[in-house]
Design a protein around this ligand. Sequence first.
Ligand SMILES: Nc1nc2c(ncn2[C@@H]2O[C@H](COP(=O)(O)OP(=O)(O)OP(=O)(O)O)[C@@H](O)[C@H]2O)c(=O)[nH]1
Ligand SMILES: [Mg+2]
Length: 317
Amino acid sequence: MMGESESVKGYRAGFVSLVGRPNVGKSTLMNAMLGVRLSIATPKPQTTRNRILGVRTVEDRGQLVFLDTPGIHRIRRGRRLNRAMVDEAVRAIRETEVCAFVVEAKSLVQRPGQPLWGEDADIAEQIAAAGVTCILVVNKVDQLRGRAQLLPALAALGEDSRFIAIVPVSALKGDNVGHLEGVLLDQLPEAGPLFPEDTLTDRAERFFAAEMIREQVLLQTDREVPYSVAVEVELFSENPRDGALEIQALIHVERESQKGIVIGRGGQRLKAIGTAARARLEAFFGQHVRLELLVRVQADWADRPQDLSRFGYEEAP
Ligand SMILES: Nc1nc2c(ncn2[C@@H]2O[C@H](COP(=O)(O)OP(=O)(O)OP(=O)(O)O)[C@@H](O)[C@H]2O)c(=O)[nH]1
Ligand SMILES: [Mg+2]
């Protein structure tokens, strides 16, 4: 065991931010590198709303402290929640020594001559302006018909001095994720571990409980509902009699009509959300879980500073 500040030759440690557009697979990638489903991931864009710290300790080699971040997007509807999310991601870029910029393989091959276009081009500029070391991670290569499809885009990007390395991966299948880990470690400074070696994250269990409930709402609802949901855990405690986790949570929506959608006919949808969330919570905490969910309308919470901070979405100072 090493002390926290003791530096051992060859051991590297530091922060790595995972940034990119919504839905490119940042959270899936962090989970693949951690070997734990810590950060929620769904097919809906804007799933992640906070920065989520995940620690990967590679025995005798180093410690990668990942910051998963919300997807950087142009804020069209202009809600305060969206602004807080994007600010959080942009801050993470500035505060880390290494940035893993995640893009989708299929968007690169659309314009092989100019593989980074639209919002990807904007984000690449922001990273370059921050002056941090950037690794370009090309995710979802499993969606291409063949790797050869990527070659023209990779050739164009190879000329781009903003990227120290370009690593194609499939976060979902785990392809090349081990290689990426080594590439990222090589960019970190020599230092002793920043966290005790058995650390996974810095957030409390109830945060992840709220996230895993929200994940199920996202998976089981459509249209604007996923963007209007916030989950607040009111009770999180272990029952001393049988060791079960007792969790009570409020699912907040912005409008009465959304409440009806989340509850569903005869309460069917809320029941399905609860069943799936309970299974996910039991797998994560390794304990029996008793879960109680209530749906409440908190009108326009995503635009109200007090509600945002109550639900854990901090706005930039
Ligand atoms: N086919 C394929 N799908 C992937 C891969 N990585 C992620 N996905 C899928 O892409 C979707 C989005 O993944 P997330 O990890 O939530 O993406 P994100 O970048 O964290 O998204 P936000 O939090 O919304 O910014 C999910 O349905 C994932 O299963 C991959 O390598 N291949
Ligand atoms: Mg995410």
